[in-house]
Design a protein around this ligand. Sequence first.
Ligand code: F6P
Length: 363
Amino acid sequence: MKKKRRIAILTGGGDCPGINAVIRAVTKKAILQYDMEVIGIEDGYHGVIHNRCRKLEYNDVSGILTLGGTILGTSKTANPYRYAIKKGNKIEFKDMSKTAIENINRLDIECLVCIGGDGTLGIAYKLFRDGIPVMGLPKTIDNDIRGTDITFGFDSAVYIATEGIDRIHTTAQSHHRVMILEVMGHNAGWIALHSGIAGGGDIILIPEIAYDVDIIAEKVRERNRKGKRFSIVVVAEGAKPKGGDIVIQRIVKESSDPIRLGGIGFVLGEQIEKMTGIETRTVVMGHLQRGGSPTPFDRVLATRLGTKAVDMIENREFGYMVGVKGDSLAKVPLKDVAKGPRTVPLGDPLIEAARSVDTCFGD
Ligand code: F6P
């Protein structure tokens, strides 16, 4: 009997709505159109290092289109090139790439499909350089991957954050308060910018534009003078004051990117209340932005990206990420993706649009 062709899939980094939709798209198309076998690797690159994987059958991916999270599990710390090993209270980093590569080769696959953000895709590029045929798919709520206009998960996170803003709007109005909503996004302001505009935030603070708290306080006072006795501030977790620094929530020592942001909303809240005399409350959206069912947009995007990836594998085009450029899908070399995250350009038309409807960026 002819041996079946095989591919493997892993999901790395923070989860987000739409990952299962991509796993489904890749697996169904590979099985149905190209008669391939699909192996699911568990917990991102952990599974590669410890040989944890299982065969994905059609039925395993049927019914998961709308499901949040990832059926394969993920990891934000596993990096074969810098693998954290706990020794008592200490953590040592070891290069486990040789083991990872041997394990991948043993799977006898045509391609390793890596679904992830810039960290996961950066590792995928290293594996590609080390001889593994890989394909990347851009997953993150942060929308900060180079080479693509949009990542899946972002639209869902913006939807959730916008709902948060809508809900605090009414309570801010009723109580004549300043309400601050802190959103995720790592070092990029995409979620804050989009949800801030969608939710009509009066002040939007993003990492790319250092803010001046005096300007924020004056904006709140000015609104009060005009009879608007409440204000909504949408702040990205990575926002920082001019000449100041980010607020760190925790350090995850075993991670290659150890800083976890969070808490800027509370710092700002205290300052605004003190400076304006207006009662101020902070809400942190946190991981709510990563949970639940993907939006229709993300389900469609995930299906487009996943199925395109399988066609590229069939054409033996490896070392790419499938990205989005305008209305079309694009083949983006992983080499370019690995150059680092994509932040909001200062000339982004959305910033201009927001300014022209009286949104303050604190600058
Ligand atoms: O990259 C996704 C993301 O949710 C970021 O927006 C955030 O900074 C980070 O992950 C949070 O990480 P963790 O899940 O480790 O708390």
